[in-house]
Design a binder for this molecule. Structure first.
Ligand SMILES: [Zn+2]
Length: 263
């Protein structure tokens, strides 16, 4: 499965085994139960001040036209932007607003649009990576423990030598650009995000570029990544699936087209 709504820092944030207790209803008998991925407890979902509406044929066409593209973040950003303006209207200003959202805020908007458009229930098929069996994942979005407290625009890390680094948290636009860059390795993707995230490094306030972020010692890179991860809200739109055929537990990202198109 290539269609996914993924937080680029999510793989470092602990697997599904560390998640909250299952909150979704189990699937029908004989099918695997699904539960949402780990999510934070505490603060209620922050009301995003976005004028969202249900999807129309305009957005349905966009999803269908773009569902084969590798950059699913771009598709998600476009859907949110279009659902902020009347059907068929120019969404370019809304698109820039969506790109400036935190990734988790964009994801909360996607969930809201999905519920407005197709209701609360999600059903999709996921192939088990261990035995290949098709697992039908079936749950209610309202059971997702989605909670977003206030998200800071910036966070700070203090390195072992006392250097203070100010970091900006990644946005939906960063995520889209990251996928456009089509980098080959996880290390390069981290370099890309670090080069954008570093606002101030000690006394230096000029922008970091890819080469400078790449040249940082790995201990420094790790410390900066951890600071970003610690500041990010714990919203992970992936599903923990237990295969009914072989018992294998795995995590699957939401399938974007299955998520947004009626079946
Ligand atoms: Zn299996």
């Amino acid at each position: 499965m290539t269609d996914r709504i993924n937080n680029p820092f999510a793989p470092r944030r602990g697997g599904p085994a560390q998640g909250a207790a299952p909150a979704a209803r189990p699937g029908p008998p004989g099918q695997p139960a699904a539960r949402p991925g780990p999510a934070a407890e505490g603060a209620p979902t922050r009301a995003l001040d976005l004028p969202l509406r249900a999807m129309t044929g305009y957005e349905e066409e966009v999803v269908e036209r773009r569902q084969g593209e590798a950059n699913t973040a771009a598709l998600c950003n476009e859907i949110v932007a279009r659902c902020m303006v009347p059907p068929g209207a120019d969404a370019s200003a809304a698109y820039e607003r969506v790109r400036a959202l935190h990734i988790a805020e964009r994801d909360v908007a996607l969930l809201a649009i999905r519920r407005l458009s197709l209701g609360d229930e999600v059903a999709c098929d996921v192939g088990c990576p261990a035995c290949g069996a098709a697992c039908t994942v079936d749950f209610r979005l309202s059971a997702l423990p989605v909670s977003l407290g206030p998200i800071p625009a910036e966070t700070e890390a203090t390195l072992a030598d006392g250097t203070r680094v100010v970091l900006r948290l990644p946005t939906a636009g960063d995520q889209e650009d990251l996928l456009d860059a089509a980098l080959a390795t996880e290390s390069e993707r981290r370099t890309f995000l670090l080069s954008r995230a570093i606002v101030r490094f000690g006394e230096r306030e000029e922008p970091f570029d890819f080469a400078r972020a790449r040249a940082l010692p790995i201990a420094v890179r790790s410390a900066l990544e951890q600071a970003i991860e610690a500041a990010l809200p714990d919203l992970d739109l992936s599903m923990a699936v237990a295969c009914s055929a072989c018992g294998h537990n795995f995590t699957s990202p939401f399938d974007v087209s299955a998520f947004f198109l009626p079946r």
